[in-house]
Design a protein around this ligand. Structure first.
Ligand SMILES: [Mn+2]
Length: 332
């Protein structure tokens, strides 16, 4: 049975789940679907493994979200009673951490709506579209295929728009389709205040985050001589000096990549027990391969993570040596 018929069987007990460290698309798409399914007469709860970031705390319904980390018992009970479980913005149970057993073992009907590569087979029904820029766009298309676009109000529109904007780099990534813009236009026609969403998402920097950005660009950003690679590194001492909090260093690596002529960038940060790395690249340079080979990491072609258990000084030297090799190999 497909999800559309399942939803027509009558009032359902629905739990919407999304991935660990939920981002703007995870929460935006979950809340958009939440408000839509409530309008359709179902009983709905959104559940995530751990805390959502502060920059999306303004979304309508966010205060109703349950976190497994904090509410283990209520979440376990809800999932055991659910008729339908939605998996949004993830396609493998490993992405929901400690929740994976209770979701995996549940007898509920499971529906996946997601846009990541290589979905695992754990659902009864899947809307898996890897060409889509976001799960939020797929939520719009889900509502569209039910002929329910007229049910989209400002709450649903803000969730969808938040997911699209945050996952598409504000409509700039190659994954953005003409359809994505048509959806944005339709949401605006239905009353969405897009400017206010952008403001609430992006004009919320703390002073200490901006001071860190200034310092990183002024004192730390450098471009290697041998290869078109930009580096920003940050020691523990510097992190402490700027009172760095979770999320404060996010986006720094993109500034490094934006230097004219630079083709690859790395942000290297000394943490308590290891050195953490974040790689970005332009065009055909596959940083996931580089990271997999030298820094026990992986990810996407143009955005990957990695790490090394060594000192910052050693890691920098190792990186600079290996990245020169890497560019020699690419040139062959
Ligand atoms: Mn996503």
């Amino acid at each position: 049975m497909n999800i559309y018929d399942k939803l027509k069987e009558g009032k359902q007990q629905i739990v919407i789940t999304s991935h660990r460290s939920p981002d703007g698309d995870a929460i935006g798409s979950s809340l958009a679907l939440y408000h839509y399914l409530i309008k359709k007469g179902h009983e709905v709860t959104v559940v995530v493994p751990d805390a959502y970031p502060k920059f999306i705390a303004w979304l309508d319904g966010v205060d109703q979200i349950l976190t497994y980390e904090k509410d283990e018992d209520s979440v376990t009970e809800l999932i055991s009673k659910a008729n339908i479980i939605f998996s949004l913005d993830y396609n493998d149970l490993s992405r929901i951490g400690k929740m994976s057993d209770i979701v995996g073992n549940s007898k509920a009907y499971k529906a996946m709506i997601d846009h990541h590569l290589q979905p695992s087979d754990f659902c009864d029904w899947m809307l898996s579209d890897t060409s889509s820029c976001s799960t939020a766009q797929l939520i719009y298309e889900f509502i569209e295929s039910e002929n329910d676009l007229d049910l989209i109000d400002s709450k649903i529109a803000e969730g969808i728009y938040c997911g699209i904007v945050t996952d598409s780099g504000s409509f700039r990534f190659p994954s953005v389709q003409a359809k994505t813009h048509l959806i944005a236009a339709d949401l605006i026609n239905r009353g969405l205040n897009h400017a206010s969403v952008h403001e609430r998402l992006f004009d919320v920097n703390t002073l200490s985050k901006l001071h860190l950005l200034g310092y990183s660009l002024n004192e730390k950003l450098r471009v290697m001589k041998e290869v078109p690679v930009a580096i920003i590194d940050l020691s523990m001492e510097e992190s402490e000096r700027f009172n760095v909090k979770k999320g404060d260093t996010e986006g720094l690596v993109n500034f490094a990549l934006s230097v004219e002529g630079v083709e690859m960038a790395v942000f290297i940060r000394e943490d308590t027990d290891r050195i953490k790395m974040s790689f970005r690249s332009k065009g055909d340079i596959a940083v996931n391969e580089f990271s997999g080979k030298y820094f026990s990491g992986g990810g996407h072609k143009n955005a990957a993570g990695g790490m090394k258990e060594d000192t910052l000084v050693n890691t920098l030297a190792y990186f600079e040596e290996k990245v020169v090799l890497f560019f020699e190999e690419i040139a062959k």
